[in-house]
Design a protein. Structure first.
Length: 592
């Protein structure tokens, strides 16, 4: 009889007289007496590949970019709080409209004061893209030299539909909304407007995602909350490792709290409508992605919860209905919840439907939920080869992206433990590249981290991860944050000129929000499907453009967009090897 999974706690069994009674007892005691998941045998390792002798897929170019940023957690104060385990994220977006992705790095925080219980924030940083993978620190110029609090996440959207991207930053006890405005000197700056507009979330706020959940054209904001930790509720927990008296507590020591959905009232005000959608305090929220998973043209919301069931809110015409358990995406193949952190969604196998991907805790498989249609999913991690990396790693930032331009979306995962002294693993851990490849009975994911380059050979405390084409060459690059370590910028050099590509920037009527839209490129040999998403990964925001590696799809015949909350529109094939703007209602694509 399997036990309810619990993070790094000794195994405890609830006794009963008969099998049914025992199961009921396990479920009944799972909240009041945290237990641990019985260790599973390590998956069989995949057959080793011949030594890779080709060029590395990624080159670490951080030193040359001018980006000098570190995400801090405050662990040097030796408070051993669960707050220190989460880390911080990163966002890629074009804040000044020059066609190049800029980089915003969330700073994190530290402990200060006589008893080191005052929470303070490290500065967040904004880097302007100068071209040629060179960046300038414009934090001060852009008005972001503010009094930061202990920060975690970032999410980007044009909340007031003025044509310029704004962003929200989450953290402990607060979120803040920054409005993109002219600086009076031909540039752009950001002004904090959260309090003015009523966007004043409290509690421990982590992952966030924007999406127009009610069809009025304005993006609403989903904010994950983690648990009820505070210095007034800060128990001491023993370390797993013998001889070490203390380590970070698991989330089961705390209670989940209600997540928030902020309704955007015409870009002029926000109000928390979580009660109207029957949100309950059932999940320790971390990662969130907003995407159309059932093909009805409306953005749905998937939430990765730590040590609690994951959520899937189907959008019923503006009302969110939580059906994660019924859909098969709340728990793993054994019916047990996982310690879930990062998440993304993609059509990994050519069905045209969005599968859901989740990174999990040590002792658990990262989860691939295959979309069967009809709002039902199937746990496919073992079948597609995810288990080949073993069970010793803790997954955080992650993304689907066609890293080699072959037309199939691959996976990248940043790893790093939350404990300082874990057993069965190390604190610093290796990132992973999964290549989407043909296999028996369908697509599989093969660990090709040996192709990734030097970065993928060094263990790290990986946390946030964002994907974007930083130099507009049609190859997705990576930016990764690390707890108490420098941000890494990885240039993609693996997608060779043998694979054509096509980049698309979607623009809605009157700058309306387009999260939930679906884009298809029809080639002579097959059709490729991509989704316009809000959020995804872990505490991070990726390139909003849609990038297609065309691989063996053949000559492009047409491009089709199924607009969220709207009609379907088709364009004749644009020229490959370039970015194009597709504007809702306009017949001609515009080369960027």
């Amino acid at each position: 009889m399997p036990a309810v999974p619990r993070r790094y706690r000794p195994l405890a069994w609830c006794a009963g007289a008969v099998a049914l009674a025992a199961l009921v007892a396990v479920l009944a005691c799972s909240r009041s007496a945290p237990t641990a998941k019985a260790p599973e045998p390590e998956p069989e390792p995949a057959p080793s590949e011949p030594p890779y002798t080709g060029p590395a897929w990624f080159k670490d170019v951080t030193e040359d970019t001018g980006i000098r940023a570190t995400c801090r957690t405050g662990e040097e104060a030796d408070q051993y709080t669960i707050l220190e385990s989460l880390g911080a994220g990163v966002a890629l977006f074009d804040y000044d409209g020059d066609g190049k992705l800029d980089v915003f790095v969330v700073g994190g925080g530290y402990f200060d004061g006589p008893t080191k219980t005052d929470l303070k924030g490290h500065p967040c940083k904004l880097y302007r893209n100068l071209g040629g993978l060179k960046f300038e620190d414009v934090t001060d110029k852009a008005g972001l030299n503010v009094a930061w609090w202990y920060t975690h996440g970032v999410a980007v959207a044009d909340y007031d539909r003025d044509g310029w991207p704004d962003f929200v930053v989450t953290g402990f006890g607060r979120v803040e909304l920054f409005h993109n405005e002219p600086d009076g000197m031909g540039g752009r700056k950001f002004v904090a407007v959260g309090a003015k507009l009523g966007l004043t979330a409290t509690g421990w706020c982590t992952g966030a995602a924007w999406g127009d959940t009610d069809g009025d054209g304005f993006p609403d904001l989903y904010v994950c909350r983690y648990c009820d930790w505070s210095f007034a509720n800060n128990p001491q927990c023993k370390a797993q490792t013998g001889g070490i008296p203390r380590d970070v507590c698991p989330p089961q020591k705390f209670k989940p709290v209600v997540h928030a959905l902020f309704k955007n009232d015409g870009g002029k005000a926000f109000r928390d409508v979580s009660a109207e959608h029957n949100f309950k305090p059932d999940g320790c929220g971390l990662g969130v992605v907003i995407v159309d998973v059932n093909g009805d043209g409306r953005p749905d919301v998937y939430v990765a919860n730590d040590a609690t069931n994951n959520f899937l809110f189907f959008n019923r015409g503006g009302r969110l209905e939580e059906k994660g358990l019924a859909a098969g995406v709340a728990v793993d193949e054994s019916g047990l919840y996982n310690g879930s952190m990062g998440t993304d969604a993609a059509d990994y196998d050519g069905t045209g439907r969005a599968a859901i991907w989740v990174t999990n805790f040590q002792g658990e498989l990262h989860a691939l939920y295959h979309n069967l249609g009809g709002e039902v999913f199937d746990f496919r991690s073992r079948k597609v080869g995810i288990g080949a990396i073993g069970l010793s790693r803790v997954g955080f930032g992650t993304a689907f992206a066609d890293l080699d331009g072959d037309g199939w979306e691959d996976l990248v995962v940043a790893h790093g433990h939350v404990l300082r002294h874990p057993t069965g693993g190390t604190a610093k851990q290796l990132p992973v590249l999964f290549h989407n490849a043909p296999g028996e009975g369908g697509r599989v994911f093969k660990d090709v981290s040996n192709r990734g380059g030097a970065y993928f050979k060094v263990p790290a405390l990986g946390r946030g991860l964002a994907v974007g084409d930083l130099d507009n060459d049609g190859r997705p690059d990576l930016v990764v944050t690390h707890s108490n370590g420098a941000v890494a910028v990885l240039r993609n050099e693996g997608a060779t000129g043998n694979h054509p590509w096509l980049g698309l920037r979607l623009a809605g009527k009157a700058h309306r929000d387009l999260v939930g839209s679906t884009v298809t490129v029809e080639g002579e040999k097959r059709t490729l499907t991509r989704f316009v998403k809000g959020g995804s990964s872990y505490l991070s925001a990726s390139d909003p453009r849609v990038l297609f590696g065309l691989g063996d799809a053949g000559k492009v015949k047409r491009v089709t967009v199924k607009w969220s909350w709207g009609e379907t529109q088709t364009w004749d094939a644009p020229e490959v090897g370039a970015y194009w703007e597709l504007k809702e209602g306009e017949k001609a694509a515009k080369k960027m």
